[in-house]
Write a protein that binds this ligand. Structure first.
Ligand code: SF4
Ligand code: SF3
Length: 554
């Protein structure tokens, strides 16, 4: 196995990457190898989908399925070898179907086929053993002895960035948003990556195209969420338990929590959000359910303790799942969509009766604790509504700076930086936050500036789109470039969604972003230097001096 896609990858003086029998996340070498072969076959699908489009052959079922399957290889999503193997077999069927149609269309038009990409040349063995034996051909760093390490680093930047975009595309699709132009661009880039490109400039350009593609996808996802559930409104959320039977819903897919809320209505079961599901409380069509009672727990890395302590059923709708056997709750956690863990019950449709039955069999909370409230719901509309007051306060000199402190959380001790940054930000600054990284400080009291709360929770990691809209509105109001705003982005990264958000911000020309806790291990020193030169990319350092520098740069 070789996997280097997330922040907790193994780093050694001899070389970085999880390359032994199990990754730091618990992914086995078999799952990792199967995922590599799946990705290679998805690149072959894209090769044929790309070619087929030249003959007006578009298969929207395959267009919808391929990014979803790619999502299954994202960090902390699917650890089940049987499911990954099944995706790989299905990918083979999709590939063959598109290939046959594209070849027939080319023959009918009298065209000669272009050369096959490396991915399109790959022949999938018939058995799981055969596939595992062929995994070297599919390794994400294949050909590393023939090309410069910067080429491998850029290929990985593009592959992981596109994986993050594919994940958001799937989240948007679940909410009824599809777009043929986006699917075409996805296939074009995925097919190209399957040809093992080596041109540094082309790879850098492609990474920006992936960022742009993701901007469109985040817009689709924003539309999917707001069309389905209304615009988020500032909302108080209780983070303490209430007596009674309970279900905990984690991950990013709010479609699932809506179904769970509908199906638990009248059962007496209380539904709690966890992690990235917290923003659900702000959406009118979700908050109207009286059985959505609060949030329980914090970010993903604490789940083995928090889920063990939760006296009910747990549903994981997307990333991040980690080993449920550690906390001995594998019999009362359920997976949805692309999530998988061997031996854990997978819900294949919108029927959550197995979850409800399980919740009824658990003890539930025996008593109600004294309420503790946090505020969520500063999505695009709420931010835009507050923009005139914010602009006024800036003009009066009462708001000096904006910080966006957000992204993923993780186990690394250095992540205390983000709490320290938020706590030490000047009192006349506003702090926007999003993603699961906010759980490090969203229970702290930041006060307000003339009625405007200093801490504004924008939502999930993908709601970076809302924050970008606010930044654009501010730059218009102050008639200046985005980079001339008194705005500093401080991003915590862990997985590939964060990588693509970084690419999106770069592609929009945002400079001076602080990111941490570490630099992605797949980026070489040369590539980090390129990002520093082009985008003034900054690695986090000392909180006090970073705050000083950020303010001085504004
Ligand atoms: Fe290692 Fe991260 Fe890959 Fe898991 S996802 S194997 S921790 S690099
Ligand atoms: Fe968190 Fe996994 Fe990335 Fe959506 S839930 S931000 S890490």
């Amino acid at each position: 196995m070789f996997c280097i896609q997330c922040e907790q990858t193994i780093r050694t003086p001899a070389g970085d990457g999880c390359a032994y029998s199990t990754g730091m996340c618990g992914k086995t070498s078999d799952v990792s190898d199967l995922q590599d072969v799946l990705i290679l076959n998805l690149q072959a699908i894209s090769y044929w989908a790309n070619l087929a489009r030249q003959y007006a052959i578009v298969d929207s079922e395959i267009d919808n399925w391929a990014p979803k399957a790619f999502f299954s290889t994202l960090t902390n999503v699917n650890f089940d070898p049987e499911r990954i193997y099944a995706y790989t077999r299905f990918a083979e069927d999709c590939k063959n179907s598109l290939r046959d149609r594209a070849i027939a269309a080319a023959a009918a038009a009298g065209d000669t086929l272009p050369p096959l990409s490396a991915a399109a040349q790959f022949e999938l063995p018939d058995t799981i053993e055969g596939i595992l034996a062929s995994a070297d051909q599919a390794a994400v760093n294949r050909g590393k002895s023939d090309v410069h390490e910067d080429v491998i680093g850029l290929r990985l930047l593009c592959l992981y960035g596109l994986k993050g975009a594919a994940a958001y595309f799937e989240h948007a699709r679940v909410l009824g948003q599809t777009d043929q132009g986006v699917a075409t661009e996805y296939h074009r880039i995925m097919a190209w990556l399957g040809s093992d490109p080596s041109d540094i400039d082309a790879l850098l350009n492609t990474s920006m195209q992936i960022g742009q593609l993701n901007y469109r996808i985040m817009e689709m996802l924003d539309k999917g969420e707001t069309d389905s559930f209304g615009h988020p409104e500032p909302t108080q959320v209780n983070v303490k338990p209430i007596a009674g039977k309970c279900i905990l819903v984690s991950g990013h897919d709010m479609h699932d929590i809506e179904k769970i809320l509908q199906q638990t209505a009248g059962t007496g079961i209380n539904v709690y959000t966890h992690g990235e599901m917290l923003p659900s409380h702000a959406y009118p069509e979700l908050k109207k359910h009286s059985n959505l009672v609060g949030n329980y727990g914090t970010a993903w890395q604490n789940q083995q303790q928090e889920f063990a302590d939760f006296p009910g059923a747990v549903v994981m709708t997307s990333n991040c799942i980690i080993d449920p056997n550690v906390g001995q709750y594998a019999d009362r956690i359920f997976t949805r969509s692309i999530v998988g863990w061997p031996g854990v019950t997978h819900i294949t449709d919108d029927d959550f009766s197995a979850v409800i039955d399980c919740a009824l069999q658990q003890e539930g909370f025996s008593c109600t604790e004294i309420e503790k409230m946090i505020t969520v719901g500063f999505g695009r509309n709420a931010l835009m509504g507050a923009a005139p007051a914010v602009i006024d306060q800036v003009k009066q000199g009462n708001i000096s700076h904006f910080f966006l402190i957000g992204g993923c959380d993780g186990a690394a001790a250095e992540r205390s930086y983000f709490t320290d940054f938020a706590v030490n930000a000047p009192e006349d600054s506003l702090i926007l936050t999003l993603g699961c990284g906010k759980f490090r400080f969203n229970n702290k009291h930041f006060g307000d500036i003339n009625g405007i709360p200093r801490l504004l929770d924008v939502g999930q990691c993908n709601d970076a789109y809302s924050a970008i809209q606010l930044a654009l509105a501010l730059s218009e109001a102050f008639d200046c470039d985005l980079n001339e705003l008194p705005l500093t982005l401080v991003l915590s990264w862990f997985e590939q969604k964060a990588i693509v958000i970084l690419l999106t911000l770069f592609s929009l020309g945002v400079k001076g972003i602080y990111a941490g806790p570490t630099t992605p291990a797949f980026l070489t020193d040369n590539l980090v230097k390129v990002l520093q030169d082009k985008f003034d990319y900054r690695t986090i350092g000392d909180v006090e001096s970073d705050i000083k520098d950020a303010i001085a740069a504004a």
